[in-house]
Design a protein around this ligand. Sequence first.
Ligand code: FES
Length: 343
Amino acid sequence: MSYRIKIEPSGHTFLAEAGESVLAAALRHGLAIPYSCRGGTCTTCMGKVVEGDIHYPGGDLPEALDEKEDAVGQALFCLAEPTSNLVIEVREVRDTADIAPRKLPCRVVDMTQLNHDVMRLLLKLPDQDRLQFLAGQYVDILLRDGRRRSYSLANAPHDDALLELHVRNVDNGVFSGQVFGGMQEKALLRLEGPFGNFFLREDSDRPVLFVAGGTGFAPIKGILEHAFAANLSRPLHLYWGARTRQDLYLPDLPGRWQVEHPNFSYTPCLSEPAPGDHWDGRIGLVHNMLLADYPNLADYDVYMAGPPGMIEAARRDFQDHGLDPERLFSDSFEHALDGEPPA
Ligand code: FES
């Protein structure tokens, strides 16, 4: 059984399943209500039930909500489950400025080496904490000596029980050196975030072209998983560029998305395929491959993430092919350089 929930004042409407919290259902539909603990203790998600009925798991009010607040319709949407259709009043997160970065401890609960030089880390925050973010944003890992290293979040907000980072092993990398040099599961880290303005602008209905270079795939993965969860119907086309076949470090995932989502297409590109790659796909620089398919970009939104050289070359060439600079969104991995800082 599902219930229809309308948010005031935005008018956004979504469905929640019986037994699903209002917040979980909103996130699943790509709508962001503010939250922090997701456990009924912080009140960040508080709003008002204007019409309809809710209940809380176990039947008791959450510890941060008193009876007076409950009596006037105040509710904690991270735990409140609808028992009828609802009209609610709550603030919605529309922009990165609506989310204040936080410093949090976290534990590495899984390390999976995806290829010769990329490790996937799954991070767990303390039980009573979740990190609110927009898909595509990044966090800083705070190192013991005061330095910090930035990594994009590769998961989407509706799937935030664990935070996913893709860490590439770079020469003299102060954090990647630890990751590839003996870090073990259960390691404790500190992070700060979210940061960055790389997120999907959902006030546009233009088709979207994504360009990922190497681990620039990480934030774009988060954005695409968010777009799929929100059932966006805009055409979405991903170009993922790398040097050799092994650098496309999650090779099956975009193909799976292509089968599951008719509005999604995928073009992998290699710049220097190795002889053993047996590559019969596109060869060349990833942004040139995109321009060969889309010579006129006037009607598109473009999102790019990857090394600064790729971003700069693509920015110039895309604008020469009609892309409105206002419709170009990029995440240059300058912020993610993991080498020693200049002296
Ligand atoms: Fe903390 Fe709901 S009470 S997010």
